[in-house]
Design a protein around this ligand. Sequence first.
Ligand code: HEM
Length: 88
Amino acid sequence: ADLSAGEDVFTNNCAACHTGGANVVQAEKTLQKDALVAYLDGRFNVDAIVKQVTNGKNAMPAWAGRLSEDEIQDVAAYVYDQASGDKW
Ligand code: HEM
């Protein structure tokens, strides 16, 4: 996966709700590692992020059909890298 491309996908599609790794819709469901561990099916890995982005969840829209599979892989890798490295 391409982290630089993933950062661009994030800026263009995700930052409206998740700027800086936050969540403006549902405040506790941030993109920080502790929140992902708690809320993302109890799993903290790239595949769990890919699944959430592809299918959406509750108030988060699905991106299947709006982003390519490569774009989804790249943005998930970017989010995972940010969270696992405490970069948000
Ligand atoms: C949750 C990623 C776009 C609204 C999440 C989570 C991830 C994520 C990984 C899980 C966070 C957690 O459970 O702590 C992304 C990515 C996006 C994107 C990579 C772009 C492709 C958006 C947009 C919105 C949004 C544009 C608002 C319109 C939400 C909401 C949740 C959420 C409301 C909580 C869902 C729930 O569990 O009820 N997002 N998101 N997301 N996102 Fe996004």
